[in-house]
Unconditional design. Structure first.
Lengths: 435, 352
């Protein structure tokens, strides 16, 4: 629900856009909106105070008065401040070590085990290295089992010794990794409260023994004002090197992201964006700030697309679209590629202007996509090339083939027809983008 | 005088007795149990437990309130600002706090209150009003008169659904119920195994299939088993799902349909588990789950940390779902029935 924070800010900014000058008078309404929006987003109370003060000062300062369009400048000030608050430059993982040792810590249920699986997958994929997972959560029932299953799914080895002393396990795991040429050792630890001295001491001991390059706090993005107690609690004991923010695919506004760096100076390094094992992304403060303000995140979108989309195929599809030869076969191919991009809702949110078009609340059921796919797959290649030949009896056959109704087949054919018409308009230059 | 004096009395009585703090398993408050005997114990004992569990939660909140009243000899704008901050820091919910502050200002103006000490009492009273809202609140579990009682547990990821089931199942078993746990979370790695370990730990029966099975079919077979083998209570675990995931919410709908096809009035309780550290998103969680299933109560978990779980006040106000249980730790004993008086009392204890 980052979007709705952006919404409120945009509404507030909208009010000022008409004015020629930012003054104490017209700024106070907006500051109030910003304050409420940030509080509703679970941004720490102190951070909100400081943020609104800084923005107010900067907006009222000289630079604004020289400006011709104060509204635009205000957007820039807010965005810059947000970026600053989110941590300025992005900070990469420190993996200088042979092997590099990474420890994941956090409260119960923040998503440590799932995240460690994603992180191992990420490191292997992006850097082509060999990771080892270490099961040191010896307390929660079936935690070791969970990590082992993730390891199995990913084809990454898991080091475990059952429910023994976690510090000993971690030490042995590192010798094992050295002997067997692993590049990374990722240690999963049990969830614990930051005020549980005994368990915090255990982590301190582990840190002393294994001397990790990274101690990463995994934190739930839905957390409220207590986040600051948790972050400072863990930071004071362990000198954290980074934070991983999980469950950002929910509708939380994730104000905790704004609080982390500002209050502790610990950078956010990754965000969790789905339950799937590739749902981990590098944290980028500027993009996040843009997303908060509803400016869209076209950079992420493009980056994601280039990762999974075959450029040649995309080019040939584009050519076909222009020439009007685009058929259901191409449609099917593209749909498969789009599916690789992950949940469509996430993609739509990245589009600039998506908010204005009311697209951010669109919920797409993956089943519907599967249905469309099933319909097209039930057609013969000839039908896919020439949807016009599909008449009543063919429709009945297709419907039977995919287990759906004739109406649903009709609907798809109609939509495809409309799409083709739109493509024609676009390539003839008569089409105006809505943003 | 309302709540304030009542809980104050309650406290002074207990202070004299100096009872040792202990977990009270008698207090799962089941409707069919002897109501009379229950009343006597439930008035005193939960308070102690809350006191213990909320010690850390309370610290920040209450010491802030105390310093607030000692800072100010008169009620000023700055006083209100600081009070607002304290309430927001307890995650009580921005809207709820804003409305609350408005009402408070109104009362101060109307009743011409100037002494901050008097206001403390009003703050407690007003918070109580937000939660109770002139209703008779039911914090007990409804049991089916015939056949098994079905309890469904839902919530977002990582809030403590499985652990809560373990704890509640243990309490029910101690009451002599024949309990079956059904592993409806077939998605998360290790979830089935986790519930199974709980069932072994507390000595109740377990039903589950391998990971990746259709959860609705697990629930179906689980209920068949429960009916055939005459279980009293069936506790169904479900996968954690973020409330904006359409397909997962539909899956939950299907599970509900399957349950209702056996026993029309079931599930007898659908409990939404919410993590006390949750911020404003808690309201969205309650609203979305309420749309899909008939949520009958909330289990507020992880209150043994520093989080205050104030969002439940906003949830009660905006979505009208009461809290039925609170989780205060990882052990099987660490689940207690919710008592709003004890809860508010726990937060304000040092102030009185």
């Amino acid at each position: 629900m980052f979007e709705s924070l952006g919404d409120r800010l945009q509404n507030a900014l909208h009010k000022i856009k008409g004015y020629g000058k930012i003054t104490e008078d017209n700024i106070s309404d907006m500051m109030r909106e910003i304050r409420l929006a940030l509080l509703e987003a679970d941004v720490n109370y102190q951070v909100v105070k400081e943020f609104t003060n800084t923005v107010k000062e900067k907006a009222l300062g000289e630079e604004v008065q020289k400006s011709i369009k104060p509204g635009d400048l205000f957007v820039k000030i807010v965005k810059d401040e947000l970026t600053e608050l989110l941590g300025g430059e992005s900070s990469p993982l420190n993996v200088n070590g042979n092997p590099a040792i990474l420890m994941l810590v956090g409260l119960q249920g923040s998503g440590k085990t799932t995240t460690i699986g994603k992180l191992a997958n990420f490191l292997r994929k992006k850097q082509g290295k060999k990771p080892l997972l270490v099961a040191c959560d010896v307390y929660r029932p079936a935690a070791i089992d969970q990590l082992k299953q993730l390891g199995k799914q990913l084809g990454i080895e898991v080091y475990e010794e059952g429910k023994k002393d976690p510090v000993e396990i971690s030490k042995k795991a590192i010798s094992y990794a050295k002997e067997n040429g692993y590049d990374y050792v990722l240690i999963d630890t049990a969830g614990r409260l930051h005020i549980d001295e005994e368990l915090m001491d255990e982590l301190k001991n582990m840190q002393k023994e294994v001397n990790p390059q990274e101690v990463l706090l995994v934190i739930d993005s839905m957390m409220g004002q207590d986040a600051i107690n948790v972050i400072t609690g863990f930071h004071e004991s362990l000198s954290l090197t980074g934070v991983i923010l999980t469950k950002l695919d929910g509708d939380t506004r994730g104000g905790v992201a704004l609080s982390v760096r500002h209050l502790t100076n610990v950078p956010i390094k990754f965000i969790g964006t789905s339950e799937k094992l590739d749902g981990l992304e590098s944290f980028d403060p500027e993009r996040m700030a843009g997303r908060i303000l509803g400016m869209g995140d076209i950079v992420s979108l493009v980056e994601k697309a280039t990762e999974v989309i075959d450029e040649e195929e995309a080019m040939s599809a584009a050519k076909k679209m222009q020439s009007g030869k685009y058929d259901l076969e191409d449609f099917l191919k593209q749909m498969k590629q789009i599916k690789k991009l992950g949940p469509l809702e996430n993609l739509i949110k990245m589009l600039p202007g998506a908010k204005k078009m009311g697209l951010t609340n669109v919920n797409i059921d993956p089943k519907q996509i599967a249905h469309v796919e099933a319909i097209v797959l039930s057609m013969t290649p000839k039908e896919r090339k020439n949807p016009d030949i599909i008449k009543a009896s063919r429709k009945t056959r297709i419907a039977k083939g995919c287990g759906l109704s004739v109406q649903e087949v009709n609907q798809l054919l109609m939509q495809f027809d409309q799409m083709k018409k739109m493509m024609k308009q676009m390539s003839s230059g008569n089409f105006k983008m809505p943003f | 005088m309302g709540l304030f004096s009542k809980i104050k009395n309650m406290f002074s009585k207990e202070a004299e007795e100096k009872p040792k703090i202990e977990m009270n398993q008698e207090d799962t408050s089941m409707v069919e149990n002897n109501q009379e005997a229950k009343k006597n114990t439930s008035e005193e004992k939960p308070v102690k437990v809350y006191e213990k569990g909320l010690t850390k939660s309370r610290k920040g909140f209450v010491s802030n309130l105390i310093s607030l009243t000692s800072h100010y000899s008169k009620i000023t704008d700055a006083y209100f600002d600081e009070l607002e901050e304290i309430l927001i820091m307890a995650d009580i919910g921005v809207n709820t706090v804003m409305k609350f502050m408005d009402r408070l200002r109104e009362r101060v103006r109307k009743e011409k209150i100037e002494d901050p000490n008097l206001l403390k009492e009003i703050i407690v009273d007003e918070l109580f009003i937000i939660y109770v809202d002139e209703e008779v609140l039911e914090s007990k579990i409804h049991f089916s008169m015939t056949g098994p009682t079905i309890l469904l547990f839902v919530g977002v990821n990582g809030v403590g659904k499985t652990t809560t089931i373990g704890k509640l199942a243990w309490q029910m078993k101690e009451k002599g119920k024949k309990v079956l746990l059904v592993a409806g979370d077939t998605f998360r790695a290790g979830a089935v195994e986790q519930l199974k370990e709980w069932s072994e730990k507390i000595g109740v029966d377990f039903f589950g299939k391998e990971e990746g099975s259709d959860p609705a079919s697990v629930v179906y077979d689980g209920i068949v088993k429960a009916k055939e083998e005459n279980y009293d209570v069936v506790l169904i675990d479900t996968a954690g799902r973020l409330q904006n995931k359409v397909n997962l919410m539909k899956e939950l709908e299907k599970i509900n349909r399957v349950i209702a096809s056996f026993i029309p009035e079931a599930p007898h309780e659908t409990l939404l588990v919410i993590d006390a550290t949750t911020g404003q998103n808690g309201i969205s969680q309650a609203k979305s789950f309420q749309e899909i299933t008939n949520i009958t109560g909330i289990v507020l978990t992880k209150l043994d940390g520093t989080a205050k779980g104030g969002i439940v006040l906003a949830i009660k106000e905006e979505v009208n779902i009461p809290v039925k249980y609170i989780g205060l730790g990882e052990a099987k004993e660490d689940l207690q029935p919710f008592d709003i008086e004890a809860y508010i009392y726990g937060l304000f204890k040092d102030m009185m």
